[in-house]
Design a protein around this ligand. Structure first.
Ligand SMILES: CC(=O)SCCNC(=O)CCNC(=O)[C@H](O)C(C)(C)COP(=O)(O)OP(=O)(O)OC[C@H]1O[C@@H](n2cnc3c(N)ncnc32)[C@H](O)[C@@H]1OP(=O)(O)O
Ligand SMILES: O=CC(=O)O
Ligand SMILES: [Mg+2]
Length: 723
């Protein structure tokens, strides 16, 4: 039950006092909206949309119940056999007639420039600032600091200073990039002694004089044209900044003085209010909204200590160059920011509706984040087009997309914004959305700016959808299942058919192994090759490395080549990933159980006890994996499924939880905030993990929030009582 203490009345709403103060004293000033109008507008939004949201949620449950009954009767093992049934119950809607999206006022970062998309938990100001500034990143640092350059062949110097062999390899790899992407008429960039600019062209001096094979690759320079401090190159819409400094430890060993290669990296960034944060009450929501507001007002700063030094972080400014024609070229210093709201199924007691019930949290996200973005509409520093980019996750099918569109329209009216100022990113991460993707895009045709394969949630929903059909394949095998191949291919083919090329992004999912950059370099080039114009990365360093893929592959050319591609058959998409007769050995089952329990506990302990919504959690082999609510949904749904079908039993799960909790404690020992946590069996994290697994089959959508929120809120209450 929500706690009604310390609340104020606003219109027909009852609002947490601190929340009301935050909105009235921090968000509203500087906008033309006054508090009375805001709260009255929000109250009518709540009154209008709460019943519609409730209806959408019960439609989810109706369809899942119909699927469950169908599956219990043993039907639906192939997509082909299930199609008539899925049409009959309204799970599948008719395909729309061919159409093209009509979104206008879209910034180039979304519509035209293919490049990495970073995601950052909105609760962390230090990371959020870092993300906003991650538009540019040092390639040399990214190579030097990660396994992108082999740590076995070129070990890192444990002491201070650069290891010369590793540094030389970094430079060699940088030169390979330059030679591949900016080839010379003759020779290699490694041979050059001087880069200079003459008559708007790049003059390159080595043993002899040479030039860029494609002179249009030169985009600008900084400093004296005869001996520039920097040269700016451009390929496939992305800029590459060559930094020259003959006093720098790297530059002094390079004949040309090249000391770094700085890549345009995170072209866009998603500020996340959803799966990477732990926000269970008004205080948590305020902290996240305050960071977003600070970004929109350009006032956000963070002070922190790193390597024994106090550091202040603030937003970077634009970068200025002399263009080849002698004019000034100003490039954004920051990533274009989008904001991800929570899904329709979330409610928050930061505000209580006229009936005293928590309001739909998505409505609060819509109003407060758009209100904060009004500050940017005045300065146009984030969106030069004056657009506001909202990413809406976990929508099930076109009716829910239409509902989001109506909510955005109502928010625009309420805040006096021109229609369709708010653009919509559609996460294609629930099965009913993938299966009706064209209709989903059609429902948002004037606002849609991206579709993205959120394959992590999508995997969780795949398991939940088939919960009663039988045991599903293990997590690793899921990546090879038919449905996922069809899902990824269809997303691109349908996105292209709906005219997203040049108007919005077709995006791919997260690289969830933040320390495995060599593997990322090898695998994630598949994304631009598949025709996707962006893909998610977990960190600025990953953004810089993933940018190499877009420099190398022209997404525009790939999209042109793929135009008219036929989407993989719906039957394939809708064939569930069942184990069938291939029951794993007892040892394999035990390993899979421990592996998933490890992911769950490692993440949940930090969520419930420390309020950290996204963590790097060591897996059973000690590889740090990014865990968020979506990966938790997979692990918990997976175990719930094997439990339901008798591959594991309750005692085995409890035994694994007990053993793995000890391992998790050991893995976290170095974290000073961790030691005093309650990791006992009665502790909130253990119990949350139990709820996630034991109640997983019956939890609507297989979502993790009910258990996480319940136990985090209980922990916060206990901490408040003890304080
Ligand atoms: C399924 C989905 O919904 S995916 C989307 C949700 N997931 C995400 O948003 C993942 C975002 N990434 C993260 O949260 C983090 O990278 C984690 C939790 C995976 C790992 O975090 P850490 O263990 O702290 O990373 P690590 O110690 O390697 O690096 C920390 C440094 O990288 C920076 N960093 C790491 N991730 C990010 C990020 N996403 N944005 C900006 N900076 C980041 C930090 O600012 C820090 O640098 P600083 O000391 O200069 O501030
Ligand atoms: O939100 C992303 C996902 O994969 O889920
Ligand atoms: Mg997701």
């Amino acid at each position: 039950m929500p706690d009604h203490a310390d609340r104020v009345r606003r219109s027909s709403l009852t609002v947490d006092s601190a929340f009301a103060r935050f909105v009235e004293a921090e968000v509203l000033p500087g906008t033309a909206i006054d508090p009375d109008r805001l709260w009255a507008g929000f109250a009518s939004l709540v009154e209008r949309f709460s019943p519609l949201i409730a209806e959408a949620l019960s439609e989810r449950d109706r369809l899942q119940a119909a699927l469950d009954a169908y599956h219990r009767s043993g039907q639906g093992r192939s997509g082909a056999s299930a199609l008539p049934f899925l049409r009959e119950i309204g799970y599948l809607v008719p395909e729309p007639a061919p159409f093209s999206v009509e979104t206008s006022g879209v910034d180039d970062e979304i519509a035209r420039i293919a490049g990495p998309q970073l995601v950052v938990p909105g609760s962390n100001a230090r990371y959020a600032l870092n993300a906003a500034n991650a538009r540019w990143g040092s390639l040399y640092d990214a190579f030097y600091g990660t396994d992108a350059v082999s740590e076995t062949d070129f070990p890192r110097n444990p002491g201070p200073g650069l290891d010369p062999k590793r540094a030389a390899e970094v430079v060699r790899r940088g030169t390979l990039l330059l030679d591949e992407c900016f080839p010379l008429e003759t020779g290699s960039h490694a041979d050059l002694k001087r880069y200079s600019v003459r008559n708007g062209g790049l003059v390159l001096e080595g043993a002899s004089q040479t030039a860029l094979r494609d002179p249009s690759h030169l985009a600008g320079h900084i400093g004296d044209a005869a001996d520039p401090a920097s040269i700016l190159l451009k390929r496939n819409g992305l800029h590459v900044h060559l930094q020259f400094d003959r006093t720098h430890p790297v530059g002094r060993n390079a004949a040309s003085g090249l000391s770094d290669i700085v890549l345009e990296s995170a072209v866009s960034t998603i500020f996340d209010c959803e799966d990477s944060v732990a926000a269970v009450d008004a205080a948590d929501k305020i902290a996240i909204y305050r960071n977003w507001l600070g970004l929109m007002r350009e006032t956000l700063t963070a002070r922190f200590e790193k390597n024994g030094r106090a550091l202040d972080r603030r937003l970077s400014g634009p970068r200025r160059y002399i263009a080849p024609d002698g004019g000034e070229l100003v490039l954004p210093g920051r990533s274009l920011l989008l904001v991800r709201h929570v899904g329709h199924h979330m409610f928050t007691d930061a505000v209580l509706g006229p009936d005293g019930a928590p309001v739909p949290e998505g409505l609060l996200d819509a109003v407060v984040t758009v209100l904060a973005a009004l500050h940017d509409r005045a300065s146009r520093r984030n969106s030069r087009e004056g657009s506001i980019y909202v990413v809406k996750p976990k929508m099930h099918g076109p009716a829910e997309v239409a509902l989001s569109v109506d909510i955005m329209g109502a928010v625009e009216q309420m805040l006096d914004l021109p229609p369709e100022t708010i653009k919509l990113g559609i996460m294609d991460e629930e099965r009913r959305t993938s299966a009706n993707l064209a209709a989903c895009i059609a429902a948002a045709r004037k606002r849609v700016v991206f579709i993205n394969t959120g394959f992590l949630d999508r995997t969780g929903d795949e398991i939940h959808s088939a919960m009663h059909l039988g045991p599903v394949v293990a997590k690793e095998a899921m990546r090879q299942a038919d449905w996922i191949g069809a899902y990824e291919q269809r997303n691109v083919a349908i996105g292209l058919a709906c005219g997203l090329s040049g108007r919005g992004q077709i995006g791919k999912g997260m690289w969830a192994a933040p320390d495995r950059m060599a593997a990322m370099l090898a695998e994630k080039i598949g994304h631009p090759r598949s025709g996707a114009s962006t893909a998610w990365v977990p960190s600025p360093t990953a953004a810089t490395l993933h940018a190499l893929h877009y420099l190398s592959v022209s997404v525009a050319d790939r999209q042109q080549a793929l135009a008219g591609a036929v989407p993989a058959p719906l039957e394939m998409l809708l064939t569930p990933p069942m184990l069938d007769n291939a029951k794993p050995s007892e040892a394999a089952i035990a390993r899979e159980l421990d592996r998933n329990v490890q992911s769950i506990l490692g993440y949940v302990v930090r969520w419930v006890d420390m309020g950290i919504g996204c963590s790097k959690v060591p897996d059973i082999d000690d590889v740090g994996l990014m865990e968020d609510r979506a990966t938790l949904r997979i692990s918990s749904q997976f175990l719930a499924n094997w439990l339901l079908h008798g591959l594991i039993d309750r005692d085995a799960v409890l035994d694994s939880l007990r053993r793995v909790m000890r391992l998790v404690m050991r893995q976290n020992q170095a974290d000073p905030d961790y030691r005093d946590l309650d990791t006992s069996e009665d502790g909130p994290a253990f119990r949350a993990a139990c709820d996630l697994i034991f109640e997983g089959a019956e939890t609507s959508g297989g979502y993790t929030e009910p258990a996480l929120h319940r136990w985090r809120a209980a922990t916060k209450r206990r901490m408040a009582a003890a304080a």
